[in-house]
Write a protein that binds this ligand. Structure first.
Ligand code: GDP
Length: 444
């Protein structure tokens, strides 16, 4: 699931990120490719349209194109729009009522409804430590009630004893009473499916819902049916008050369109996805995680998030401007080191800040861990303000004092000064290359 979409989007963004500067037409071109990729993944056209429009609007904004890393910013914007399209927050079942809480399962035949009923019951009883009972109201399909009983045994979940000849609404009443009397926390009602959406099915469903007054009405649809799954969800949601959707067979090779358009088209959240035939093949649907899997760029996204908290475009530009004039003193270096620490140290840091390559090189010889950042900060902290502004004032005697004051060695102090000098040299080169825009070329 999502593999080919993920691959296509990955290609688009790799190209974007490979470039230092972006202009509006680069972004628009990339968005055209995103549009095609989504359509090929079977995402509903209106959803694609809205998505691309929104992302383009944000991505061609001044803040993005002027930033030090526009390509990464665009990835972040696409990621956030994807998460929103998928429903933002994961939504678990809402069973906070006086027991028994009723969960009603609806859907077409073969969608995986009965299996999913047992999966959710198992999950609730194991993870949620709830006392769960299941009841099948399917009197159309031969052996449907027996199937649920077998699954109940497998899942160690109680099922309502079968009384042959009883009709769905009566079974629902009996189940309710049994669940109340026997102190069950949750009662799951597996309703009958049909091959197509038909009126008799809808009427039966409504009658059961009226008697049971369920907290949750979950529609089970097969992800492999793509846009059909979305259409089925739409029809059902027009008839009953669905509280959520379960997409089954997400372990299959569907293109993902159903998952991507479900929320936007039906207004209902996907609550769970089925990921296999076994009874533990079910997962809570987590929009952020799914978006991450589609883009395959979780690192970039979290990096940009962290960076957004710690540096602003203006700050980075001001720093770059100072550097371009050769005004890169130890205070600037110290600020930069602190920003790096806040962004999760060197390991998590790509080319977010000017000069990072030099810092990495300087540290490659020593222990390349983030403690080095703290040590360098301490060294600069032990200098006088004058020395920070003019490092050449540091003579041998002062270096010994600074080393002592920071709990380091003269060698460490020298290493830091050498690194600062290397960085200053780079800054001067950068000036010749045209300032901020030329910067990208120098960074690794
Ligand atoms: P129902 O007619 O809607 O009640 O469908 P069933 O629950 O009987 O499921 C039909 C078939 O789909 C069974 O063989 C299930 O094992 C299979 N199935 C259900 N959910 C999933 C899933 O998430 N992944 C896979 N691979 N198979 C599933």
């Amino acid at each position: 699931m999502f593999e080919s979409l993920s691959e296509r989007l990955g290609g688009v963004f790799d190209r974007l990120r490979g470039r230092g500067a972006l202009n509006e037409s680069d972004v628009r071109e990339a968005m055209r490719e995103v549009r095609v990729a989504l359509l090929e993944a079977d995402v509903a056209l209106p959803v694609v349209r809205q998505f691309v429009e929104k992302v383009t609007e944000q991505a061609v904004g001044q803040q993005v194109l002027r930033s030090v890393t526009p390509g990464q910013q665009v990835v972040k914007i696409v990621n956030d729009a994807l998460v929103e399209m998928l429903g933002s927050e994961a939504s678990d079942l809402n069973l906070d009522v006086t027991p028994p809480a009723i969960v009603m399962m609806v859907g077409l035949q073969g969608s995986g409804k009965t299996t999913t009923t047992a999966k959710i019951a198992k999950r609730l009883s194991e993870k949620g430590r709830k006392k769960v009972m299941m009841a099948s109201l399917d009197v159309n399909r031969p052996a449907a009630q027996e199937q649920l009983a077998v699954l109940g045994t497998q899942a160690s979940v109680a099922t309502l004893p079968i009384v042959t000849g009883q009709q769905p609404v009566d079974i629902a009443r009996r189940a309710l009473q049994a669940a109340k009397l026997q102190g069950f926390d949750v009662l799951m009602l597996d309703t009958a499916g049909r091959l197509h959406v038909d009126q008799a099915l809808m009427e039966e469903m409504k009658a059961v819902a009226a008697v049971a007054e369920p907290e949750e009405i979950l529609l089970v649809v097969d992800a492999l049916t793509g846009q059909d799954a979305v259409n089925v969800a739409k029809s059902f949601s027009e008839q009953v008050a669905l509280t959520g959707v379960v997409l089954t067979r997400m372990d299959g090779d569907a293109r993902g369109g159903a998952a991507l358009s479900m929320r936007a088209v039906t207004g209902k959240p996907i609550k769970f996805v089925g990921t296999g035939e076994k009874l533990d093949g079910i997962e809570l649907f987590q929009p952020a995680r799914v978006a991450g899997r589609i883009l395959g760029m979780g690192d970039v996204v979290s990096l940009v998030e962290k960076a957004a908290e710690t540096i602003k475009v203006e700050e980075a530009e001001a720093l770059a401007a100072r550097m371009a004039k050769g005004l890169f003193d130890l205070n600037d270096l110290r600020n930069q080191l602190r920003q790096m620490s806040r962004m999760g140290g060197l390991s998590g840091l790509a080319a977010m800040l000017p000069g990072i390559k030099q810092v990495k090189q300087a540290m490659a010889s020593g222990a390349a861990d983030d403690k080095v950042l703290v040590r360098m900060d301490a060294i600069i902290g032990s200098m006088t303000p004058k020395e920070r502004a003019k490092p050449e004032l540091l003579n041998a005697k002062r270096k010994i004092r600074v080393a002592k004051g920071s709990g380091t060695t003269v060698q460490d102090v020298n290493k830091l000064l050498k690194m600062h000098q290397d960085m200053s040299t780079v800054m001067k080169k950068m000036k010749k290359m045209g300032g901020l825009k030329g910067l990208a070329g120098l960074l690794g």
